[in-house]
Write a protein that binds this ligand. Structure first.
Ligand SMILES: Cc1cc2nc3c(=O)[nH]c(=O)nc-3n(C[C@H](O)[C@H](O)[C@H](O)COP(=O)(O)O)c2cc1C
Length: 208
């Protein structure tokens, strides 16, 4: 199964365009496979609340590592309500072979809509080994190797570290369209061609 998420606040967005190109190519190559889609910006996932933290503490304290047993942590009505939010999200993640995330860079990092999803579906020592993540992203600037802004990239670095460090997934692919702000910021107009090249390369990679 392909689980496809989008997180841009914009409807007409480069990270969405890239994720849809990737999803189309993947579904053509896997016509029998299931597909699930979530628009995290249009249908926001609520932030975790206190009852969620109680689920998490119970899972940690009782060393529950099997996701299919997490529901045991929901004991009170508030905890059962918190679990009702988590359960369908987790089911999709566990069923997916590939988790595709279309996300912009916001303030050097990821949008809070995506962070809210990640907070809801992540539990102590939860492994997603055997799955792969594909992240299609758009950024106003350039953060590639050797650029002055490279150290400020807490979007790719955060996601890569988290997927590897927590979920034990190393099969993570990033496809970036960079310098998007060159389309609108007169101060970056001289970088427009570089942006067009970055976008064309990203679209080609996503289609592949
Ligand atoms: C709230 C906000 C914060 C942003 N922060 C950054 C940033 O820190 N670095 C950057 O290079 N671009 C930044 N941008 C520009 C976006 O990354 C750029 O517009 C990108 O195309 C957004 O992705 P989208 O086209 O999928 O919506 C920001 C844009 C918004 C709306």
């Amino acid at each position: 199964m392909l689980l496809h998420l989008d997180a841009s606040a914009r409807r007409k967005s480069f990270s969405r365009e890239l994720s849809s190109v990737y999803a189309r190519a993947w579904r053509t190559a896997h016509p029998e496979a299931a597909y699930a889609y979530r628009d995290l910006a249009a249908d926001p996932i609520p932030h975790i609340g206190e009852a969620w933290t109680e689920l998490c503490d119970h899972i940690l304290e009782h060393r529950i590592t099997d996701v299919s047993r997490y529901h045991e942590a929901a004991r009170s009505p508030a905890q059962r309500q918190a679990w009702a939010v988590v359960e369908p999200l987790l089911e999709e993640v566990v069923a997916a072979e590939v988790i595709l995330i279309g996300t912009p860079m916001y303030n050097y990092s990821i949008p809070s809509s995506l962070k809210a999803w990640l907070d809801q579906i992540t539990f102590p020592r939860m492994s997603l080994e055997g799955r792969s993540f594909v992240v299609t992203s758009a950024r106003g600037g350039a953060y590639g190797p050797g650029t002055p802004r490279e150290p400020y990239d807490h979007q790719e670095r955060y996601l890569r570290d988290f997927f590897k460090g927590h979920f034990r997934v190393e099969d993570v692919t990033f496809i970036h369209a960079e310098l998007v702000n060159a389309r609108i910021d007169p101060a970056l107009a001289h970088l427009r061609q570089q942006h067009e090249q970055s976008l064309a390369a990203a679209l080609e990679e996503a289609a592949r």
